[in-house]
Write a protein that binds this ligand. Structure first.
Ligand SMILES: [Zn+2]
Length: 406
C-alpha cells in the first residue's frame, strides 16, 4: 500500500480561497507590467515555505504592429522560477501564468459571489486559482518524507495570454531538462481535462501604398486599404479548404483623412491547425496570397508571424493521463478528457517532447469573459489530485518516466 500524506488538503480550502482572491485582486493584464510583477511578488511570498531557489527572469520585449503600421516594442513582466532538488532522478516542470486577459482599463475588475459555490472574478479560474492549486500540492509534497524523491521546477510566465511569444525560448530550455510536465490551466466546469489541442499561429500584415490627394491626383495614389481588403478577403476564403484549419482575421486598421489616398494599412489574424502538416500548407498559401497582391504596382505587403504553438496530438500524453485517471478514481474524482481548439503552454511542452497534462488547475467556466467563474470547491479537490499524482510519481521507479534527453 502506497503511503499518502495529503489527507489534510481539504482543511486548506479556506486558505486556498483567500489566497486565490488576493491574487485575483491584483490586476495582471499581460501589458500591466507592474501588476504582473506584483502577482509574482505575492506568489513568491506565499511559496516562501517551499524553500526553493527563486529566480526572476527578464524576457525580451514584445514586438507588435501598431495601428499606424509601425513596429513597437512593449516591455513585459518578469518570469518567475522556483526550483528544488535539481539532482533528483525524475524532473518535473510545473507551469503557470501570471497574466490575465483583462487589462487595467477593462471593466471587469471586481470579485463577487454568484452563489455559495461559484466565485466570479478576473482570473480566478484562468489561472490564479490554478497557481494556488500548484502551490498547495508542492507544499504537501515538500512537507512529506517523499520530498527530494522528485525534482521540480515551477515556471511562471507573464505572457501566456498573448501566446507566450517572449517566454517560448525560456519554456523550451526548461522543457529540455524535464521528464514530465504539469500545467495548471483550468479544467472545464464538469471537471473534464483537455486532451488533444490544436496548434495556433498569430500573424500581422502591413500594406504600404502611395499617398495622394483624393481629388486632384487620385490616379497617382495606391490605396493600401483596398489592397489589404483584397488580401483579407482571399485569406478568409481559405477557410473550409483544409480540414481542421481555421483562419480568423481579427483586427484591421488603416487610413486617416478621407481626402487622402491611404498609404498604410495593417491587420492581424490568427490561424488554428490540427495536424503538424497543416503548418506548411498554411505558409504556402500565405506566400501565394502575398505574391498575388504584391504584383500590383506601387503596393508592398509584409507578413510577419509564425506558428508559436504546434498542435498537441494526444498519443504521447495518454500514459500520464491514464495514471491520473486511476488516481482520480481512488479519490472519487471522475476524470475524462476532450479535444480542445484552444492552446496553452502544454502545446509548447509537447513540441519539446515532454509528456504533460495541461488542465490540472481549478474547475470553472466562461473564462476570458466578464462571466468567468470558479467552482470554489475545486481548489482543494484539484490540489489533492495533483498532490496524489506527485506522491505516485515520487514512489515510482524513475526509469518508468525518464525521458532520453540532453
Ligand atoms: Zn490560462
Amino acid at each position: 500500500m502506497r503511503q499518502s500524506y495529503y489527507h489534510w488538503l481539504p482543511d486548506q480550502q479556506a486558505l486556498m480561497l483567500e489566497q486565490t482572491i488576493a491574487l485575483a485582486e491584483i490586476n495582471s493584464g499581460t501589458f500591466n507590467v507592474t501588476g504582473v510583477n506584483a502577482v509574482a511578488d505575492r506568489l513568491a511570498e506565499l511559496a516562501a515555505g517551499l524553500n526553493a531557489v527563486v529566480q526572476r527572469i527578464d524576457l525580451p520585449h514584445y514586438r507588435q504592429l501598431t495601428d499606424r503600421a509601425e513596429w513597437q516594442e512593449q516591455p513585459l513582466g518578469q518570469a518567475l522560477q522556483l526550483q528544488k532538488h535539481p539532482d533528483a532522478p525524475l524532473q518535473l516542470l510545473l507551469m503557470g501564468h501570471l497574466d490575465t486577459v483583462y487589462g487595467v482599463d477593462h471593466p471587469f475588475q471586481q470579485i463577487r459571489w454568484l452563489d455559495a459555490e461559484r466565485l466570479n472574478g478576473p482570473g480566478v479560474t484562468d489561472m490564479k486559482g490554478g497557481l494556488v492549486v500548484a502551490l498547495h500540492a508542492l507544499t504537501v509534497l515538500e512537507a512529506s518524507p517523499l520530498a527530494g524523491k522528485i525534482g521540480w521546477r515551477w515556471l511562471l510566465n507573464p505572457d501566456e495570454e498573448i501566446g507566450s511569444p517572449c517566454s517560448a525560448e525560456l519554456i523550451a530550455s526548461c522543457a529540455a531538462e524535464a521528464d514530465l510536465g504539469l500545467v495548471f490551466e483550468p479544467a472545464l466546469a464538469d471537471g473534464s481535462l483537455a486532451g488533444a489541442r490544436k496548434g495556433s499561429g498569430n500573424f500581422s500584415v502591413r500594406v504600404t501604398g502611395r499617398a495622394a490627394h483624393a481629388g486632384r491626383e487620385h490616379h497617382l495614389g495606391r490605396n493600401a486599404i483596398r489592397a489589404l481588403c483584397d488580401f483579407i478577403s482571399a485569406l478568409d476564403n481559405l477557410n473550409g479548404q483544409r480540414k481542421g484549419v481555421t483562419i480568423n482575421p481579427g483586427y484591421i486598421h488603416g487610413g486617416g483623412a478621407v481626402n487622402v489616398v491611404p498609404d498604410r494599412a495593417m491587420a492581424r489574424f490568427n490561424i488554428r491547425i490540427e495536424q503538424p502538416e497543416d503548418e506548411l500548407w498554411c505558409l504556402q498559401q500565405l506566400e501565394q496570397l502575398q505574391q498575388r497582391i504584391f504584383r500590383q504596382e506601387g503596393i508592398q505587403i509584409e507578413l510577419d508571424g509564425d506558428f508559436g504553438r504546434k498542435p498537441k496530438p494526444f498519443g504521447p500524453h495518454l500514459r500520464l493521463f491514464e495514471r491520473l485517471r486511476q488516481i482520480g478514481q481512488r479519490l472519487g474524482t471522475k476524470l475524462n478528457w476532450l479535444p480542445s481548439g484552444g492552446c496553452c503552454d502544454g502545446n509548447n511542452l509537447a513540441a519539446a517532447g515532454v509528456a504533460n497534462i495541461d488542465t490540472l488547475g481549478v474547475c470553472g467556466g466562461s473564462i476570458h469573459s466578464s462571466d468567468e467563474f470558479l467552482l470554489v470547491g475545486s481548489l482543494s479537490e484539484r490540489a489533492r489530485l495533483t498532490a496524489a499524482l506527485l506522491f505516485e510519481l515520487a514512489q515510482d521507479d524513475p526509469a518508468q518516466w525518464r525521458r532520453k534527453r540532453r
